[in-house]
Ligand binder design. Structure first.
Ligand SMILES: *Cc1c(COP(=O)(O)O)cnc(C)c1O
Length: 363
């Protein structure tokens, strides 16, 4: 089903096509393309970090970061319950064990709960800036200092938020704020970590091409075409982030005071606008009929078959997963579009205070 108002849509109205065309015309389509390095430098500079290592996905970025920090079998990594599943999978891929911590009311990891999950095996903590809300990094960095933990930020939903951990990992998937279609980036100030991630990304290929590979590594490289798209995006990141800020403020105003709808705390950068909605499933169906696509919140890691634990129901993360909803969020969304979305939501709750919205709507 295709929606007039999709949940997200990439902003490809800059120089993306021009840069891709140049890349193909020059024949630099592989990861050896100079555009990859240009993108890495531009993305790092934008975030105030020294090194950028581009790779094939956000999941690959997290995996490279953990491996470069030496995390592996026998180690534990603190990961939030409320996140996208590959935050945890990246830990599992390395042979280490993710240890889950519930979220607070802003959906980010509850820093008050971290300390009691730290054991002698804990090597790192992975704060995830969920839906563009920066975690309490001051407290996390203090804990990291006290317990000698490495910090890998999952910044997949927080482009523009300045990294402070050892490595910050971004996704460039098509629904993220800056995209290459598929792709990822690791940012760090540590030249040794940057070198190690670049090495692991490229099959641990030795400089002399002797085909002697000293590490178990990956092919997680980014192509020149992907970097061309991403570079064009980074060049107008200020504009993209400002437009998203405007979209956030408009939704805040348009959706205020609707009974049945709960607004969420402000974001540091807007990824997908999030709300909590009573009668969520009925509301989704009503909006879908009005050609408005919505998306659900994450489910807790303890609810996932990979990590199942029956206690997920008592978690904050479990509660949010039951009624959280994302509204259409993309830079081409106009004020009129947003007023239409908000109007439909208002209409739903005005008609159906008792949960019979779909029947009422269908006649
Ligand atoms: C999107 C996302 C990822 C994964 O990124 P991919 O590029 O899809 O691999 C990881 N963590 C979070 C929080 C995400 O939103």
């Amino acid at each position: 089903m295709s929606f007039k108002y999709p949940a997200s849509r990439p902003a490809l109205d800059g120089r993306e096509l021009e840069y891709v065309t140049e890349t193909i015309r020059d024949g630099w389509i592989s990861s050896q393309s100079p555009v990859v390095q240009r993108f890495e430098e531009a993305f790092a500079a934008y975030h105030g970090t020294v090194h950028g290592v581009a790779c094939s996905s956000g999941t690959a970025a997290l995996t490279l970061a953990l491996r470069a920090l030496g995390i592996g079998p026998g180690d534990e990594v603190i990961v939030p319950e409320f996140t996208f599943i590959t935050s945890a999978w990246a830990v599992t891929y390395t042979g280490a064990t993710p240890v889950f911590v519930d979220c607070g009311d802003d959906l980010d990891i509850d820093v008050e709960l971290i300390e009691k999950k730290i054991t002698p095996r804990t090597k790192a903590v992975m704060p995830v800036h969920v839906y563009g809300r920066r975690c309490d990094m001051a407290t996390i960095m203090e804990l990291a200092f006290e317990y000698n933990l490495r910090v890998v930020e999952d910044s997949a939903e927080a482009h523009g938020v300045r990294p402070v951990g050892d490595i910050a990992c971004f996704s460039l998937f098509a629904n993220k704020t800056v995209t290459a279609g598929e792709g990822g980036v690791c940012l760090t100030d540590d030249p040794r970590l940057a070198r190690q991630m670049a090495h692991l990304r490229a099959m641990a290929t030795p400089a002399d091409h002797s085909y002697l590979h000293k590490n178990l590594a990956y092919n997680f490289r980014m192509t020149g075409m992907q970097a061309a798209v991403a570079l064009a995006q980074v060049e107008r990141m200020d504009e993209i982030l400002a437009t998203r800020r405007t979209i956030e403020k408009r939704y805040d105003t348009l959706l205020a005071g609707i009974p049945g709808l709960t607004l969420m705390p402000p974001r540091d950068v807007l990824w997908m606008y999030d709300v909590r909605a009573q009668q969520r499933e009925e509301l989704r169906a009503f909006l879908a009929e009005a050609s408005i696509e919505t998306r659900l919140f994450f489910k807790p890691m303890s609810r996932q078959p990979t990590y199942f634990h029956p206690d997920w129901r008592s978690l904050n993360a479990g509660r949010f997963s039951e009624d959280g909803l994302h509204l259409p969020t993309y830079t081409a969304l106009t004020e009129e579009d947003q007023a239409y979305v908000a109007g439909k939501i208002r209409e739903f709750y005005a008609r159906a205070p008792s949960g019979r919205a779909v029947a009422a709507h269908g006649g």
